[in-house]
Design a binder for this molecule. Sequence first.
Ligand SMILES: *[C@@H]1O[C@H](CO)[C@@H](O)[C@H](O)[C@H]1NC(C)=O
Ligand SMILES: *[C@@H]1O[C@H](CO)[C@@H](O)[C@H](O)[C@H]1NC(C)=O
Ligand SMILES: *[C@@H]1O[C@H](CO)[C@@H](O)[C@H](O)[C@H]1NC(C)=O
Ligand SMILES: *[C@@H]1O[C@H](CO)[C@@H](O)[C@H](O)[C@H]1NC(C)=O
Ligand SMILES: [Ca+2]
Length: 247
Amino acid sequence: MEISKGQIVLKWIILLFINCICVVEPIGFTGAPNSYARYTKWNACLNASISFEFKTRKLTGLLMYTDDNGTYDFFEVMLSGGAVRLRLNIVDGRDGSVEFEAGNNLNDNRWHSVKITRNRMETTLKVDNLVDTKVAFGSDFNFGHLETNSDVFFGGVPDYHFRNDLKSLALPSVIFHARFSGEIRNVIYQNCSCMPVRASMIASNALDPLVRREQCEINNPCNGSLCVSTDRGPACKYVESECIQGE
Ligand SMILES: *[C@@H]1O[C@H](CO)[C@@H](O)[C@H](O)[C@H]1NC(C)=O
Ligand SMILES: *[C@@H]1O[C@H](CO)[C@@H](O)[C@H](O)[C@H]1NC(C)=O
Ligand SMILES: *[C@@H]1O[C@H](CO)[C@@H](O)[C@H](O)[C@H]1NC(C)=O
Ligand SMILES: *[C@@H]1O[C@H](CO)[C@@H](O)[C@H](O)[C@H]1NC(C)=O
Ligand SMILES: [Ca+2]
């Protein structure tokens, strides 16, 4: 009896210790000119989703942007006046864009989650527990072409687009938005597959040097399950296949 009690205490001490050395660092954005983080391509097929969490004290800033390399299609997620605003175009044609908005007072320096889910012509924006759903009418619901689509940018888009390659942006106005200042973590794609996966940052510029890599990227303790950064360290989350039977 005494031994097992001691073992339990020891277990707790070890657990606490592990938690203390595994403090999760999110990705820190300074809001400096030309600051951004570049993530792997999102395969935004007809029923894909993308989600992330952010934390900020600022009312405005570009959260996420990806497009089809200058033709028509784009996803732009802004923090605007403390609300999340999503603008997207998936139907070919300049006037096919749809706008969503959800949340308010999100500049409270607490974590907020954003999830965009596609279902053919219908897209849903979920911010924390608030949902906005819109339908894009048109003929072509494919998001560009996977081979030529851009990577996914968080916090800003690189300046080189501005200097000599404005034509390669489907939504050129994206370069004029304020850079995001705050933190972002848990960028997760449902990448045209049945299971959600963590996306990795592949390049960055002018990020906070002290807050650059999530613990889940440095040392992912989850084998098979999804690693999710929380304030107390990395957590392994069992995820169900998101595939709808018969779809
Ligand atoms: C994007 O478009 C530009 C022309 O505007 C082209 O030079 C470049 O190769 C394209 N990028 C990709 C990845 O296809
Ligand atoms: C998502 O899929 C695309 C295309 O297959 C691939 O290039 C990209 O690396 C994938 N991203 C992740 C996070 O798996
Ligand atoms: C990870 O899980 C697989 C099966 O799900 C198992 O075969 C493997 O041994 C596990 N690896 C570790 C390091 O736990
Ligand atoms: C998305 O559609 C593809 C092709 O129809 C299907 O294989 C996949 O299971 C679907 N994924 C989800 C999450 O419903
Ligand atoms: Ca399209």
